[in-house]
Design a protein around this ligand. Structure first.
Ligand SMILES: [Fe+2]
Length: 390
């Protein structure tokens, strides 16, 4: 299918419109949600892209007075959310348009949550029922336009925000934080450089893979995860080799949203390890996942072999078993020129701290095989030395 045929409107997992050029429907989407004074939340890099002025002009000429808030960096923190709330209040915003990668989307979702609800952002950390402090009806309506194909934050009900007290990443959650509408336009992802295309795509893959391997009865998530992995398998190298391939870009946007839809089922040790490694070394989250995935697969092997056979068949791999999936994963990583080990990235002196943080990471609970701190350390050390033996 050519990119003109890759168009769809869905109502699952939220209102979702995908297709090239659909950003031009933004003003109409705002009106559909009753947004008359949008706050556009984005990051400084995206704010400077050549297509941004046309989006803002469309909103203004559609009779929607717009303010841009872009005081965000790659690690969204409490201060960014607070500054955004001030901007939303000053503009008397009645809705948020979130344009960017995971950071802008996460900060925007928190701004929408908090403008008319009590407390600060960390009061909504995903612990117990803290989300009940906020009234869902007081959350501003939001439209998400992803500019990367990885986190899937556009369909997620949570955000990751850095706590200034200890620089740890906190998960902020409310069931109504999921954007009300997604406009997934692959033209907004055309400028993503090859390295980021690869890393974000491997994050989408890790979401699908870990959700698929997570224990528990959830055939809906399993089906979405399998098809998401097929889309990555057929399109990530294509988009990496030719960033202007609109059809491949469309499929990757969809795969990213599918990964985040599927991982309501759970994640696993790949993410439990990549969270602290990202926090301590600054390594890109998707690159960290790409490094860890094969080592975690080997660790989980005994309990995922049946699933790997089904996955290999769905992806059409030449060898339909665990080793076939492992070989495909290693080959994909190589073709994307991603690092194969953490050598030179993680200092051996950081190992104890990474193990400590991974052992308490919420993603670990749904790893298919329970992991002791000793086992986590073993996987981490093998990821440093490049040891894929059982
Ligand atoms: Fe992730």
């Amino acid at each position: 299918m050519s990119s003109e045929d890759l168009v769809g409107n869905y109502n699952y997992p939220t209102r979702y419109r995908i297709g090239a050029g659909r950003v031009r429907e933004l003003a109409a989407c705002c009106r559909e949600l009753g947004i008359r004074r949008p706050l556009v939340v984005t990051d400084p890099g995206v704010a400077a892209l050549d297509w941004m002025p046309a989006i803002l002009a469309d909103l203004e000429s559609g009779g929607l007075p717009t303010r841009v808030f872009s005081e965000i960096d790659a690690n969204p923190a409490v201060a960014h959310v607070e500054a955004g709330i001030v901007a939303a209040t000053a503009h008397d915003a009645d809705g948020c348009v979130l344009i960017g990668g995971g950071s802008a989307l996460d900060v925007g979702k928190c701004i929408a949550l908090l403008v008319h609800n009590p407390g600060g952002v960390l009061d909504y950390e995903d612990v117990g029922e803290s989300w009940k402090r906020a009234e869902g009806d007081r959350i501003l309506p939001t439209i998400a336009l992803p500019t990367t194909a990885g986190t899937g934050s556009e369909v997620g009900r949570a955000a990751v925000i850095v706590d200034p007290a200890d620089h740890s990443k906190k998960i902020i959650f409310h069931p109504r934080m999921q954007p009300d509408l997604v406009l997934a336009d692959p033209e907004l992802t055309l400028g993503l450089p090859p390295g980021l295309t690869a890393a974000t795509g491997m994050d989408a893959l890790a979401h699908c893979f870990e959700a698929y391997c997570a224990p528990g009865y959830h055939p809906m998530a399993d089906g979405i995860a399998l098809e998401g992995m097929r889309l990555v398998s057929e399109n990530l190298v294509r988009a990496y080799d030719d960033g202007s391939d609109l059809a491949a870009r469309t499929h990757l946007l969809m795969a990213a949203s599918m990964g985040a839809t599927a991982f309501q089922k759970g994640l696993g040790l790949i993410h439990a390890l990549s969270h602290p490694v990202g926090g301590l070394t600054g390594l890109h989250h998707g690159t960290a996942n790409a490094i860890f995935q094969p080592y975690v697969m080997v660790h989980n092997r005994a309990v995922i072999e049946d699933r790997m056979r089904r996955m290999a068949r769905w992806l059409g791999l030449p060898r339909e078993d665990f080793d076939g999936v492992l070989a495909w994963t290693l080959d994909l990583r190589r073709r994307l020129d991603l690092p194969e080990t953490l050598a030179g990235i993680v200092d051996p002196a950081q190992v104890p701290e990474i193990v400590r943080m991974a052992a308490i990471d919420p993603s670990l609970a749904t790893n298919p095989k329970p992991c002791s701190p000793q086992e986590i350390e073993r996987v981490l050390r093998k990821s440093i030395t490049g040891d894929l033996t059982p």
